[in-house]
Design a protein around this ligand. Structure first.
Ligand SMILES: C[S@@+](CC[C@H](N)C(=O)[O-])C[C@H]1O[C@@H](n2cnc3c(N)ncnc32)[C@H](O)[C@@H]1O
Length: 205
């Protein structure tokens, strides 16, 4: 009898809390059909949920980490949904991404848990991938005009930086010029539970 290792289907409780508020934004800002590229899919829970609740869209999960890819594969396998594609490995810092074009891009909770150059690479890559008018949606905690939006975010920022000095809660004022260089304008910032925000960036014409 051959031994088949169990797929490591990971579960992040935070996703259960943030997936619905993010979905409300996605329903408004995503195109009605087409391909959504998800960067940094993590466990794969968001991909499973959004492909179920946005059935007219095709969902392409990705992540840089092999462990995440395993978990996403398990979620994709269990969901067995035609519009949920098998995960692809993607490090946003790569010059060539495995998906040449998409109709929208979403990135949840990566910007603060990675070095600044990862955010630069995210916008640069998204700028190459998305056509004029397409949305890039980012979610997480953000600072605004140099100030944290809540004491809990300040504490979180400190804990992130103690884990890795190159991580940290980014300021929207710093993101806007970076996004502009890559061809994006901030269209909406939507307050989310637990002092997070969903930012909707739009690819310039
Ligand atoms: C905090 S997790 C968030 C995962 C998921 N989006 C969520 O909200 O549960 C951050 C994710 O970013 C991914 N990541 C970090 N650096 C990356 C990079 N350079 N390119 C792509 N993904 C990256 C990690 O592998 C990890 O899955």
């Amino acid at each position: 009898m051959s031994y088949v290792p169990a797929m490591a289907k990971a579960f992040a409780p935070a996703v259960e809390r943030n997936r619905q508020p993010i979905l409300e934004v996605l329903r408004r800002v995503l195109p009605s059909a087409g391909l959504v590229l998800e960067v940094a899919s993590g466990t794969g829970q968001h991909a499973a949920f959004y492909s179920e609740h946005l059935p007219s869209l095709r969902w392409q999960p990705t992540d840089v980490s092999a462990e995440s890819l395993q978990s996403i594969e398990a979620w994709v396998g269990d969901a067995a949904r035609d519009n949920l594609l098998p995960p692809l490995q993607l490090d946003v810092r790569w010059a060539r991404w495995p998906v040449p074009e998409a109709d929208a891009l979403i990135c949840i909770n990566m910007i603060h848990i990675s070095p600044w150059e990862t955010t630069e690479a995210l916008f640069r890559g998204a700028g190459k991938l998305l056509a004029a008018g397409s949305p890039l949606i980012t979610y997480g905690p953000y600072r605004l005009h140099g100030v944290h939006t809540a004491p809990s975010n300040a504490a979180f920022d400190e804990s992130l930086r103690s884990r890795n000095p190159r991580w940290g809660v980014r300021d929207i004022d710093a993101l806007c010029p970076l996004a502009a260089t890559a061809g994006f304008t901030l269209e909406e910032q939507v307050a989310m539970p637990a002092n997070n925000m969903t930012l909707v960036w739009r690819r310039d014409a």
